[in-house]
Design a binder for this molecule. Structure first.
Ligand code: PSV
Ligand code: MN
Ligand code: MN
Length: 383
């Protein structure tokens, strides 16, 4: 492997990262935040323009609903941005108090399935190929509902969505350990997600959100196992210190990110043919949003670059010889290599700024957005 493999590597950014976000205590607003999906895509285009790494944007429905999808696609096209995964939303309606795809009431389940059929239509109109499902369903109390019955309902609901998919569409099924339900989520882990995907068919794959595990979980093991089954559809990258913190990827544990990318490289899954979608799922509560996104994509690129530097032949020899310290040293050599200058050189050679964050600050984009977007209703993490 060489750093030339970085040429074809791309990262997908989330539309919601550009809106205001916060915690249940306070949402701090930022001047110049986008007021609609058009402006979110314009902001995302800045990240791509300055890094050359992020040519796709994920949308969330209904947060990013517009009147004319072909017009939104034309706007994205004009900025050389593609519409990435379409995220369904099952967590903001009163009807979903007892769940959506797993709800005991068949009428509510029908409504949740229909929402996905509408998302598949949005994909047809925008050129998106991935529908991403994060299921907020679960139970707060033992006995509240049948654990098994809910899995059966889930399988049935997912099958209805899957049956409506076109041959070129993929389902990305996310899992999450806890929250909003606290006793038991209905897709709490990768095993549950994978079992549903295997039952559905080859167009169903697992999404691994790096923030959705118990502390201490060996995430790179999960990456490796899903790759072995050809069912790692996508990442939702972010950092966690405690729970689903959605902080900048690589900020909390850059070594973990390197270990994840090492498994990716070992399987050749960084290449576009693998169809693994490297997405961010982050919010920028107090920091500037566009620079936050730039920093994030650079962190992922840096982790991949280090993983590409692993001397695979030396590693294989050390592993075969049972050279425990030698094998570990091969990995650590790659991790401890400072790749910042070489990545800046690569950017410069491709007509990109050596320091994309500094270039953004100098560009005046943030100041112009703050002036032009004044007075409008700013988008928040939700709408
Ligand atoms: C849920 O915590 C999640 O990770 C899902 O991917 C949602 O779509 C996203 O966060 C919303 O920010
Ligand atoms: Mn996520
Ligand atoms: Mn999350």
């Amino acid at each position: 492997m060489t750093l030339a493999d970085l040429d074809d590597f791309t990262i997908e950014v989330p539309s919601w990262a550009y809106g205001n976000s916060g915690t249940r205590f306070k949402v701090f607003t930022t001047k110049g935040v986008p007021r609609n999906p058009y402006e979110k895509i314009s902001d995302a285009a800045q990240v791509n323009k300055l890094t050359g790494l992020a040519n796709r944007v994920s949308l969330h429905i209904p947060w990013d609903v517009v009147d004319d999808w072909s017009d939104l696609k034309a706007h994205a096209d004009s900025l050389k941005i593609e519409i990435g995964a379409i995220n369904s939303n099952l967590f903001q309606e009163d009807d979903y108090r007892l769940g959506s795809l797993c709800n005991p009431d068949p009428a509510i389940r029908r409504k949740a399935v229909d929402h996905h059929l509408a998302c598949l239509d949005v994909m047809r109109q925008t050129g998106s190929t991935d529908i991403k499902i994060w299921l907020p369903d679960g139970l707060n109390y033992p006995g509240q509902d049948s654990l098994r019955g809910r899995q059966d309902r889930l399988a049935d609901s997912l099958q209805q969505i899957y049956a409506a998919m076109d041959p070129d569409q993929r389902m990305l099924l996310e899992y999450k350990l806890f929250e909003p339900a606290f006793y038991s989520m209905d897709i709490p882990d990768w095993g549950t997600s994978l079992l549903h995907c295997l039952a559905l068919g080859e167009q169903a794959t697992v999404v691994l959100d790096t923030g959705h595990h118990a502390p201490g979980t060996n995430i790179e093991f999960i990456v490796m196992q899903l790759l072995r089954q050809n069912r790692l559809g996508a990442f939702d990258f972010n950092s966690r210190f405690y729970a689903d913190d959605d902080l900048i990827v690589g900020a909390a544990d850059p070594f973990q990110l390197f270990r994840i990318m090492s498994e990716i490289v070992a399987a050749g899954a960084h290449r576009p043919e693998s169809k693994v979608n490297f997405m961010l799922d982050q919010c920028h509560n107090i920091e500037e949003k566009i620079p936050g996104q730039i920093r994030s994509v650079l962190n992922v690129e840096q982790a991949l670059a280090k993983a590409l530097l692993i001397d695979q032949a030396a590693l294989a020899t050390a592993q075969r010889d049972g050279d425990v310290l030698g094998a570990n040293a091969v990995l650590m050599d790659a991790y401890e290599t400072d790749v910042r200058a070489v990545l800046a050189d690569r950017r410069e050679a491709r007509g990109l700024p050596r320091d994309p964050v500094a270039a953004f600050q100098l560009s005046g984009y943030a100041q112009t957005a703050a002036t032009e977007r004044a007075g409008g209703v700013q988008a928040s993490w939700g709408a």
